[in-house]
Every structure is written in C-alpha cells, then in structure tokens.
Design a protein around this ligand. Structure first.
Ligand SMILES: NC(=O)c1ccc[n+]([C@@H]2O[C@H](COP(=O)([O-])OP(=O)(O)OC[C@H]3O[C@@H](n4cnc5c(N)ncnc54)[C@H](OP(=O)(O)O)[C@@H]3O)[C@@H](O)[C@H]2O)c1
Length: 318
C-alpha cells in the first residue's frame, strides 16, 4: 500500500482510507467478528487511516473502532468529527471541546490525530443543511471569536488534538473557500468521484443536480492541506449495488474492469488526493480496494473510455 503525505501535517497515510460511517455500516452495527476481521485485514494490507465521527451510530462507530484497534494492538491514524447541533450554537467553542472529549473517551485515546468539523458551511446560518445533519454554519461561526477554531485551538494547546479539518461535501463552495483561505485547517474532506470532479475540474453539471464544488480541492491543495476524498463509489452507486434507481447508471464496466475499480483508480490518479475513503461491508471489499490501488494509474485507453462514459454516468438523478 502506497502512502501519501497528508498535506503539511507530516503524517503519511495510505492511499485507501477505511470509512467507518453508516454507508456500509460494518463499524456501527452487527457482530464484532466481521468487524475485527475487516479491520485486521486492512491493517495487514497497509491501510493506516480510519475515518469515524461522533455522529456515526451516536458514538458506536468510535467505540467499536477504538475497541477493535485495542484488541489488535494497532494505533493507525484516526480521524473523527465534531457535529454541532442547533442548541450548541449558544456556545460553539465549548461544544466543540465537549464533543472532542466524548470522542476521546469513546475511542480510548489521550490525543486525537485529526478532528474534522462535520457541519457544512454556508453564507448564512440555517437550522438544517441539504447534505448531512445538524445546522449549516456560517463562516463567522467557524472562524470568529468563540467559534469552532477557537475550540480547536484550545484543544491543540492542551495537546488533545494534533490536526484539524473542514468538509467540502454539501455546503457552499464560496464559504468553504473562505475556510481554506484562512489557513486554519490542515485537511479537508472532499466529495470527489467519477461522477463529480468539480472539486478539481471546472465542470458544468447542467441538469444533473450534482453539486459544483468550484475547484475547492485544488485550492485546498495549493494551501498545503491534505485532501481526503469521500463518495469515491458514490455510496454504492458506482458499483450498481445501491437501492437508488440511479444505480443502473453505474452498472456498466469499462473494458474488462469493474466500475468500482475504475472509480477508485480514477480518484487515486489525482496526485493531490491524499487518501480515498471507502465504506467497507466485509473483508472482500477491503481486498478489492487494496488490489485496485495496487494496480496504479489507469491506462490512457481506459481514461479515454471513462471520459466518453462520464456524461452517461452523470444521468440526472439526484
Ligand atoms: N464527512 C461526511 O459528511 C461524510 C459523508 C459521507 C461519508 N463519509 C466517510 O466516507 C466513508 C465512505 O462513505 P461513502 O458515502 O463515501 O461511501 P462509498 O465508499 O462511496 O461507498 C460505500 C459502499 O460501496 C460498496 N462497496 C465498497 N467496496 C466495494 C467493492 N469493492 N465492490 C462493490 N461495492 C463496494 C459498499 O456497498 P454495500 O453496503 O452494498 O456492501 C459500501 O456500502 C464513510 O464510511 C465515512 O467514513 C463522510
């Protein structure tokens, strides 16, 4: 498994990251044995980056991940997240600190490697956000006095958090751009996939309904931030396994390659992506992702075929 630098943090993390969120659900629900097996296999194959959140399964993802890693005697890089609720907006910095203390207890770690702000950011506060749960924050909630960064700074000063990140999945690209320009964040979660390349490329999505991230991924990379790609398989849509009727859009193969392989290798072909997060349901999916990453860059023929199919894949559906 190749490692890539996580921006300017000095951390080197695996090209494939282990997603512990609800999309696959393995780290939140069900028996311990398959969880243990999948995490053990991932570690053996060189995956050293795990993504969880206080919100995933109301803390169960963090607790399960912490316990499984302790059983395996492993200490990979673990990223978690703070998701503020409307009531937390009365005391944002304090709420950030309390959330991180909860994550620390559930994971069983004294020091957290990386903590992302899970809330999306827009030009104006709103009680709910179109993507994700909890309120949409405005830029001042994050950067202003008593805001998220103040909470993060206090935690860093106490040695409890090493690095912090923000999120470009939903929200407003201009507001995200202001977070990037603030130079307060070390990393960013970014929606980047075969279907939606707008975090790097100027793409017109027209009637597809896909969000336009206005090249925020490239802007963050230019500032030295690490870039963690999510929705690499569009939650299963790029494997044809989703319940979403639009899954049919992703059921094709490109040449002899499964679309999931093309999707993963496409994201990793971008050298500014640090790691491609994948939600795994079982060991076979861990094996597959690692195999895809090991196959390296897509050939020019496949890239050309992918280009030809992109428009069809982006059928108006979401
Ligand atoms: N910050 C945020 O707001 C945010 C949002 C979304 C995700 N995330 C993070 O990103 C992680 C990934 O989530 P995602 O939404 O981006 O999902 P994703 O990785 O695009 O898709 C995951 C789904 O793909 C399927 N899959 C995985 N490997 C496969 C393979 N080799 N062949 C066929 N199918 C395969 C699984 O489907 P089955 O379930 O059918 O097996 C799995 O549920 C999450 O766990 C979380 O850590 C963060």
């Amino acid at each position: 498994m190749r490692l890539r630098p996580l921006g300017r943090t000095g951390l080197a993390v695996s090209e494939i990251g282990f997603g512990c969120g609800p999309t696959a659900g393995l780290m939140i629900e069900g028996a311990e044995a398959p969880r243990l097996e999948a995490v053990a296999r991932a570690l053996t194959l060189g995956i050293n980056y795990f993504d969880t959140a206080a919100k995933y399964g109301d803390g169960r993802s963090e607790a399960n991940l912490g316990r499984v890693l302790r059983k395996l005697g492993a200490r990979p890089t673990v990223a978690t997240k703070v998701a503020l609720q409307v009531a937390d907006l009365e005391d944002i910095a304090g709420s950030v600190i309390r959330s991180v203390e909860g994550s620390r207890a559930r994971l069983g770690y004294d020091r957290l490697d990386l903590v992302f702000l899970h809330n999306r950011v827009g030009e104006r506060r709103a009680a709910t956000a179109a993507v994700g749960s909890g309120p949409l924050l405005d830029v001042d909630d994050v950067l202003g006095p008593g805001g998220v960064i103040e909470g993060f700074t206090r935690l860093r000063e106490r040695g409890i958090v090493s690095f912090v990140g923000c999120c470009a999945y939903g929200g407003d690209a201009a507001a995200v751009g202001r977070l990037i320009d603030s130079d307060q964040f070390d990393a960013m979660l970014v929606n980047y996939s075969l279907l939606n390349t707008s975090a790097w490329s100027p793409v017109r999505h027209d009637d597809t309904g896909l969000a336009d991230y206005h090249q925020t991924g490239a802007a963050a990379a230019a500032r030295g931030m690490g870039l963690v790609a999510l929705r690499v398989l569009e939650g299963g849509r790029l494997t044809g396994v989703s319940d979403d009727p639009a899954a049919v859009c992703g059921s094709a193969s490109v040449g002899t390659m499964d679309l999931a392989e093309v999707a993963v290798r496409f994201v990793l072909a971008n050298p500014q992506v640090t790691t491609a997060l994948i939600g795994f349901s079982d060991v076979a999916q861990v094996d597959a992702a690692v195999r895809y990453a090991a196959s390296g860059a897509l050939s020019p023929d496949v890239m050309a075929a992918v280009g030809g199919q992109l428009q069809r894949l982006r059928c108006p559906s979401r």
